[in-house]
Ligand binder design. Structure first.
Ligand SMILES: *[C@@H]1O[C@H](CO)[C@@H](O)[C@H](O)[C@H]1NC(C)=O
Ligand SMILES: *[C@@H]1O[C@H](CO)[C@@H](O)[C@H](O)[C@H]1NC(C)=O
Length: 317
């Protein structure tokens, strides 16, 4: 149900999750979490683009940019601050293409089906940027086949990026999911940054990084994890994670705090359900509340809700 919490106020959390009998308590069309206040290109009707050339040109000015249709081979398109990228209807996509969000603030990306970045690249790559909301997108490539380094991540945020919300997305059929903080050696730039909320996302058939986080602060709730063969939420290098009301099935190392880095991470997990999905929390975290209000759906209902209401074609433009 509705949790009100604030850094300075007492926390109200407990058994108040929506019950499985309530199909969904969380709103599907609302910005919640660390990226709160992100407005992107504002509320105008904007420009509609149907070609890579028009997208690349429009992206230089920003504002509201609507993508109509599935655009292929755009390369990496750079976004400026104060931009909203919105997919028209249920078939707006980018293929063999990706977005770079670098040294900017205030960007929204919604209702886009991303399929396969250019080789060696990310689908969405966020560096040195703040206030980014990625919502109701679908991310995939060719599956967990071939060389794991042919493509890079699906949705990565690095180099001191901060105030991020990634909600209602489907991440599937790819090697490297979502990397938050790229190196054990980047404490100076990342410590105190990399605050990120993931809610109502699906992670299915993704090998690892669901997400991986170093140094930052992670809140995951009401998400669905299925069939992820290598590792799930990888919390490392002193990062703090609160992971709740989520469902994990057949996910190796579903939550782990001592994998692959010089220092452990810290985590609290509560009200999750795990099926064939081992958890290794070696250090208890201290992130028991977050400085925003949110509505969680129960772990037992999370997969049904996310299957139906995450991804493209749900919130359309
Ligand atoms: C974004 O909008 C804010 C507020 O209007 C403005 O101060 C800032 O310069 C804009 N940034 C860009 C890159 O347009
Ligand atoms: C995961 O892979 C299986 C086949 O192994 C496929 O049936 C399923 O649709 C995939 N899931 C998603 C979300 O694409």
């Amino acid at each position: 149900m509705h949790f009100l919490s604030a850094a300075s106020a007492a926390l109200t959390v407990g058994s108040a999750y929506a019950s499985p009998l309530m199909p969904r308590a969380a709103a599907v069309d609302q910005l919640v979490g660390y990226a709160a206040g992100t407005t992107g290109g504002g509320s105008g009707s904007g420009t509609t683009v149907t070609t890579c050339a028009a997208l690349t040109t429009a992206a230089k000015t920003g504002g509201v940019i609507k993508i109509s249709g599935n655009l292929k081979d755009c390369g990496i398109v750079k976004l400026v601050g104060n931009t909203s990228i919105l997919g028209v209807g249920s078939s707006a996509g980018l293929e063999n293409s990706g977005f770079q969000v670098r040294k900017v603030s205030n960007v929204i990306i919604r209702n886009i089906k991303f399929h396969t970045p250019p080789e060696g690249k990310d689908l969405v790559d966020i560096d040195e940027s703040t206030k980014i909301w990625v919502d109701h997108c679908d991310f995939s490539s060719v599956g967990i086949v071939g060389d794991k380094d042919t493509y890079d991540g699906m949705l990565d945020a690095k180099h001191g990026s901060d105030l991020l919300t990634f909600s209602w997305n489907k991440f599937h059929d790819h090697w490297k999911g979502s990397l938050i903080g790229h190196s054990d050696n980047n404490a100076a730039e990342d410590t105190g940054k990399l605050h990120v909320t993931y809610h109502h996302n699906l992670f299915e058939n993704v090998s690892s990084r669901l997400p991986s986080i170093r140094f930052g602060t992670l809140h995951v709730y009401s998400s669905c994890y299925r069939k992820n063969p290598t590792s799930g939420i990888n919390v490392r290098m002193g990062a703090q994670a609160l992971i709740e009301a989520s469902s994990f099935t057949d996910t190796a190392q579903a939550i782990i705090t001592n994998l692959d880095s010089d220092e452990e991470g810290l985590a609290i997990e509560r009200n999750n359900v795990f099926s064939n999905s081992p958890v290794t929390i070696t250090k208890a975290g201290s992130l028991s509340s977050v400085p925003y209000s949110y509505t969680a759906d129960a772990a037992s209902a999370a997969c049904g809700i996310v299957d139906k209401s995450a991804g493209v074609g749900v919130v359309t433009f």
